[in-house]
Write a protein that binds this ligand. Structure first.
Ligand SMILES: *Cc1c(COP(=O)(O)O)cnc(C)c1O
Length: 425
């Protein structure tokens, strides 16, 4: 069930009209539904019931403290990609012992911070990173828990910018080098080899590539076992897609179906070949937890009819939502109060001085200046990718809970944007 729906001709978030929110808090605004967030996490937790499994929300999709807090309270862990994200988890009351640290370029400072806080695992992506982590752990008199991000070389069939599991990507250790890399890891005195992980891409509408990756990891775990390197957890990454409403796209596979198939394979493997030792399963979903949780609420400033194109100029821009210009992503735009009048075809663009500043193209809508639009499924990779380009303060973030609206991040004030700058004396 969607928590964004029309009631009496007005688009609502839960039981709150978006028109009322715009009046009270202004636009552009990110508006999230608390119920949607909890439902999306529950789809994972329900499918993991009674299993040795952990959902580590990939917080780069949306790292607002209120969102982290709600997820942490439901028992979620976190997948982080920087020291800053770890500090966010801690500020939100999350448990560092449920944190896994991904990313190709961890600094010594970030490693020290993560070791100091006692994270669950470092997902290591290269041999130089293993050596650096070993040195940092040694200097602190600690042992670092590690997993290797293996690149299973499966084609995730998604946008090249969000496909990460192919040989040509910067991510992970090549499948053919994995055994050798594990041997190196096992030989280093300040590392504990505990896991194996992968993440093959994002916005996958089908789970076949994920299950193919799972088979490759299972194969490797068996090989490692025979070498005396025992893997305690298997982390399959994130990547499950969401329904952005793109014409011609098939709907994404439901979370429960994917997890059902995945656990069935794991059960079959353990029954057939394994020695009964438990292998914990870790998931790193980002988009599928938060995308459908939020909309970007924006107002039409001007209509600009043209010989070739009509433009609707809105108060949100590429700095608020990068996905269209960065990936050519198609995002659904819905009028908050649909009009009966005749429709026209618009390119919906922002005020930023770039031709790439568009949010939606060729949309048939009946619009007037002052109308409100909602960009749907904007809860993932929206606010976290926002910038201050053109000295635009980032949008306010709001969380709706029934009829209540909570400000979870204030609108940025332009003066704050240059507060850290200094002129020469
Ligand atoms: C971004 C990322 C994820 C989350 O991907 P989604 O497609 O948002 O689910 C998970 N793991 C790693 C390592 C990532 O970089």
């Amino acid at each position: 069930m969607s928590h964004f729906s029309y009631q009496n001709g007005v688009l609502h978030a839960e039981r709150t009209p978006l028109s009322r929110i715009a009046e009270e808090f202004g636009t552009p605004a990110y508006v999230y539904s608390k119920a949607a967030l909890l439902d999306n996490l529950a789809a994972y937790s329900d499918a993991c019931q009674g299993r040795n499994a952990l959902v580590c929300y990939a917080m780069k999709a949306n790292s607002n403290l209120a969102i982290l807090d709600l997820l942490a309270r439901q028992g979620a862990g976190f997948d982080i990609v920087s020291g800053g994200e770890l500090l966010r988890v801690i500020a939100a009351g999350g448990d560092p012992n449920k944190v896994i640290f991904s990313g190709v370029g961890k600094t010594e400072d970030e490693m020290r911070l993560a070791l100091d806080k006692g994270i669950l695992c470092f997902n290591v992506e290269s041999i130089p990173e293993l050596h650096r982590l070993n040195d940092v752990a040694g200097s602190l008199g600690k042992r670092a828990p590690v997993s290797l991000r293996v690149n299973p070389n499966v084609d995730a069939k998604t946008h090249p910018y969000i496909a990460t599991g192919l040989k040509a990507n910067k991510f992970g250790v090549a499948f053919d080098d994995a055994l050798e890399t594990y041997r190196t890891a096992a030989s280093l005195p300040h590392l504990d080899v505990v896991g194996i992980d992968c993440h093959i891409g994002s916005q996958l509408l089908d789970d076949a590539p994920l299950l193919e990756a799972l088979d490759k990891l299972i194969e490797l775990i068996d090989t490692l076992d025979s070498e005396g390197i025992h893997i305690h957890h298997l982390d399959i990454g994130g990547g499950l897609g969401v329904d952005y409403g793109v014409a011609g796209d098939k709907p994404p596979v439901p979370v429960g179906d994917y997890l059902g198939r995945l656990f069935a394979r794991i059960d079959a493997w353990r029954a057939a070949r394994h020695d009964g030792r438990a292998v914990k399963v870790i998931f790193e979903p980002g988009r599928s937890i938060v995308a459908s949780t939020g909309v970007l609420l924006t107002k039409v400033e001007f209509l600009k009819p043209g010989a070739e194109k009509n433009f609707a100029i809105i108060d949100a821009a590429m700095n608020d939502m990068m996905r269209p210009t960065l990936y050519g992503a198609w995002m659904d735009m819905q009028p908050v109060v649909p009009r009966e009048s005749e429709k026209a075809v618009y390119d919906i663009v922002g005020p930023v001085c770039e031709s790439g500043d568009w949010l939606a193209r060729e949309r048939e809508l009946a619009l007037q200046p002052g109308d409100l639009l909602a960009m749907m499924s904007a809860g993932a990779y929206g606010m976290t990718m926002a910038s201050n380009y053109n000295t635009r303060g980032r949008a306010v973030e709001l969380m709706v809970d029934g009829e209540q609206v909570h400000v979870i991040r204030q609108r940025e004030n332009p003066a704050d944007l240059f507060a850290l700058e200094t002129m020469l004396k």
